[in-house]
Write a new protein. Structure first.
Length: 135
């Protein structure tokens, strides 16, 4: 979804999470981020969800030297990825393409495209004593 904003408008408002329907692969770390896209005049603004406005990226037509640059830019956008639920894990095996996360720090989690190269299934047994100790 692309929203158009009149130039010179500087109001700040809370944006509903539903307006963030796109993912963008950032140039600085090649990680995927949830974004919304605005058109302000001739500039395309990429606004990152849960980041301050100072992290927004503005792209002007002059940034793209040729069609290859523009095609690379277009490939950096995709619809929002569907999150895999725990119950679905067994459906995927080696060779499946997924969007996986890596935590560099407690507050720095990044998402990358990946291919599953192996699966390890762990089985846990919970005893009555383990269950009682949880309470």
């Amino acid at each position: 979804m692309l929203a158009t904003v009149k130039e010179g408008r500087t109001t700040t408002s809370v944006v509903a999470a539903e307006e963030y329907t796109t993912e963008f692969r950032a140039y600085n770390d090649d990680a995927w981020y949830t974004v919304r896209v605005l058109l302000v005049g001739e500039r395309l603004i990429v606004k990152y969800q849960n980041f301050s406005d100072e992290n927004d990226e503005a792209f002007e037509p002059s940034r793209f030297g040729d069609c290859e640059d523009l095609e690379d830019f277009k490939e950096r956008f995709r619809p929002l990825s569907r999150q895999l639920q725990d119950a679905e894990c067994r459906r995927f095996g080696p060779g499946a393409r997924v969007c996986a996360c890596h935590s560099f720090a407690p507050d720095d989690v990044r998402f990358y495209d990946a291919v599953i190269d192996g699966v390890r299934i762990l089985v846990y047994f919970i005893t009555w004593l383990d269950l009682v100790q949880c309470f």
